[in-house]
Design a protein around this ligand. Structure first.
Ligand code: BES
Ligand code: MN
Ligand code: MN
Length: 454
């Protein structure tokens, strides 16, 4: 198998670069034609790799690409999930090279989506090709690559509910997460949930002269800042009543295990060029970014931001606020608590509107399952080191829904690194990681089939 990968190294890479040239940004309707191009590219490459029943399913949003290889109905079936959509590349001026013109520098591929998730799901298509070419596929494979992960997977939800038979499987395998380091393999056993809100604060019916009216009429930007500031206390706790009610606290043993993963705070700070970290009192950085919920402003705007100074009392201010959730919080519950609280703290001098965007549930998977064991053995075999279980801080909204609708757990066997700069300018993916993924995935199927038959 490794021989086949070695022989086809350049082809595998060039195909990924072609995929990265398609600006499949799901959030921005101007890229709609590119979304279709990307879906067709994925469909065609799945076909080339040897998948059957390859099909593009339209949704009211962006299409879903499906393909499968059923070798023997008596063998276990693995559903591979990934997403071909990417985050917007803005701000473009901070990229050292154009985001949709991939380049290789210092053994890394630089492009939007290089790691998240094009580089990672494409490993699965190349792994399938490799297994079929070398007659070593030991499981049935179903592949579903969607186009709306970065905007909340809302139409995929309906798709999954309506195609339960098509997606029927024994487990789900996903490469859309990270490892600790290239010499410290790890497997994420949890994801945080998410609820994403937009708020608007409106004062007077028009922008006003800040001298004539200033001091006598509410400034919505000032008010919004005060409201946001009050959402956390001096210990970094979120002040929304009921916010922590359902948060599952870990046992001291679980916390100790979590904190025993290799982590260098000084390196972390140096990488981000910050003098200190910040967050909820009583928790480590590892905990703050995985097992604890958060509240963050993602964007805030209003008033005059052009050149020079304009003395104005703006009539409106807006912000986008997200909360990362942990078991057993639900996005529905937290969305309702946030809305009620945010409305209640608005002074009578302004009008506040809260609009929910998308959300998703948190997820955890046990480490004593057959599929976890298979992933662990696969990584141990390819990295030469047993992977460490970690809890991830990011979100993949569909994973909890898979569990609800298909009754199956997902394994998050990702190969990214923190330095890959997901969602940031200059996103990249290591060539080492790309090829290591292609090498490890077939080992997962090998171990999974063997363990399932025991
Ligand atoms: N692949 C990421 C999630 C991720 C990254 C998990 C790194 C663990 C480690 C995914 O594409 C993503 O960015 N998800 C969004 C979800 C959202 C837009 C609904 C996120 O976490 O912000
Ligand atoms: Mn992703
Ligand atoms: Mn992402």
């Amino acid at each position: 198998m490794n021989q086949y990968i070695d022989k086809n190294k350049d082809k595998f890479l060039n195909e990924l670069l072609d995929l990265l040239r398609i600006p499949s940004v799901s959030a921005d309707s101007k890229f709609k034609p590119d979304m279709i191009k990307a879906a067709e590219f994925v469909r065609d490459r799945m076909k080339d790799a040897g998948a059957d029943r390859v099909e593009i399913f339209e949704t009211p949003g962006h299409p879903v690409v499906y393909g499968e290889k059923i070798v023997d109905p008596s063998l276990p079936t693995v559903l591979v999930y990934g997403h071909y959509d990417v985050q917007p590349a803005d701000p473009y001026e901070l990229w050292n090279s154009p985001p949709f013109e991939p380049i290789i520098k210092n053994d890394r591929i630089y492009a939007r989506g290089a790691c998240d998730d094009k580089g990672q799901f494409y490993m699965h298509i190349k792994a399938l090709e490799t297994m079929l070419a070398t007659h070593s596929l030991t499981c049935n494979i179903k592949m579903m690559i969607e186009g709306e992960e970065e905007i909340g997977s809302s139409h995929l939800e309906t798709f999954v509910k309506e195609h339960k038979e098509l997606l029927k499987c024994d487990t789900i395998l996903i490469s859309d997460t990270s490892i600790i380091a290239n010499d410290v393999p790890s497997i994420e056993t949890g994801l945080r949930g998410l609820t994403y809100m937009e708020v608007e604060v409106v004062g007077a019916n028009r922008d006003l002269h800040s001298g004539v009216y200033g001091g006598g009429v509410a400034n919505p930007i000032n008010v919004l800042c005060e409201m946001i500031a009050s959402l956390k206390d001096e210990k970094g706790h979120i002040t929304i009543p009921g916010f922590y009610d359902n948060v599952q606290n870990l046992t001291p043993e679980e916390r100790e295990a979590l904190n025993s993963a290799p982590f260098d705070l000084d390196e972390y700070k140096a990488d981000l060029q910050i003098a200190d970290v910040a967050g909820e009192e009583g928790y480590t950085t590892i905990e703050r970014t995985s097992i604890r919920p958060t509240l963050d402003v993602n964007g805030i705007w209003g008033g005059y931001i052009g050149e020079g100074a304009k003395t104005v009392l703006p009539s409106k201010a807006n912000a986008k606020i997200s909360m990362r959730l942990v078991p057993n919080q639900t996005d529905q519950e937290i969305c309702a608590l946030f809305t009620k609280h945010f409305e209640s703290i608005a002074p009578p001098s302004v009008k506040v509107t809260v609009t929910p965007h998308h959300g998703g549930l948190p997820y955890v998977t046990p480490t004593d399952s057959v599929e976890y064991e298979a992933a662990s053995l696969a990584m141990e075999e390819s990295f030469g080191k047993k992977p460490i279980p970690t809890r991830g801080g990011g979100s993949i909204p569909i994973v909890a829904l898979f569990e609800q609708e298909l009754g199956r757990k997902s394994i998050l066997m990702g190969f990214g690194l923190d330095i890959d700069a997901l969602h940031s300018p200059n996103e990249s993916y290591g060539l080492f990681n790309y090829y290591k993924g292609i090498e490890t995935i077939p080992l997962f199927f090998k171990h999974y089939a063997r363990l399932k038959s025991m």
